[in-house]
Design a protein around this ligand. Sequence first.
Ligand SMILES: C[N+](C)(C)CCCC[C@H](N)C(=O)O
Length: 288
Amino acid sequence: MPVEEFVAGWISGALGLVLGHPFDTVKVRLQTQTTYRGIVDCMVKIYRHESLLGFFKGMSFPIASIAVVNSVLFGVYSNTLLVLTATSHQERRAQPPSYTHIFLAGCTGGFLQAYCLAPFDLIKVRLQNQTEPMAQPGSPPPQYRGPVHCAASIFREEGYRGLFRGAWALMLRDTPTMGVYFITYEGLCRQYTPEGQNPSSATVLVAGGFAGIASWVAATPLDVIKSRMQMDGLRRRVYQGVLDCMVSSVRQEGLGVFFRGVTINSARAFPVNAVTFLSYEYLLRLWG
Ligand SMILES: C[N+](C)(C)CCCC[C@H](N)C(=O)O
């Protein structure tokens, strides 16, 4: 099984992640808390109350886990295409796979990465939602002291299954939308690249950026539900399951609830995925 794709996926994912994390924190807060009036209000409050560091809460764990998560996504995607079309990534410019195959490979990658991502994403969301300023002497300590403490407390209180809270919603979110992700990327690259050639860096950046936006717009409704399921059970359980969470969110807040955080998600998605795809393609070309 070719491994370059796994390594390229890891490095490119890490670069994108650091760039996008401040946006991600604002997004998670807007989706799960009602104290903020909008993106700017949320940013100002985070900065005033928690300083610049507040934007980077919960980042160390994703950095560690992106190695697994993004390499599973890109590695499984590329190897599924290899199985479906019998072409390696070097041959794919000359013999482009069909969009159906791209979609299926994307869904497979998305499905498997969601399983790896679930516990890490849960911990990230729990830490991002702690609004206490960091390390202030005298102030009461936050519930979770850090990622390891957070993982250990969840495990202690809710067992192994507790670490997978929200995992169903995450899988439903990622399986089809990762198909959308790769289809958009490939479609735009093909559109702007003469046949048989490699796409230029500018094309890769733009196609990657729009792939990120398209996939995140499609993913936002289930992203909201996922984040809420992950926060559920902190004090007492509110939702019985994914469907119940959807129904009660819509009842209380209207259909608009499904688009909470869509603007910030898209603003984050462009640079993150432009950088991810550019470094991915660059590394694969470097290694031939
Ligand atoms: C499928 N879904 C929309 C959830 C994600 C698609 C983009 C993934 C990328 N690592 C990022 O963080 O933006």
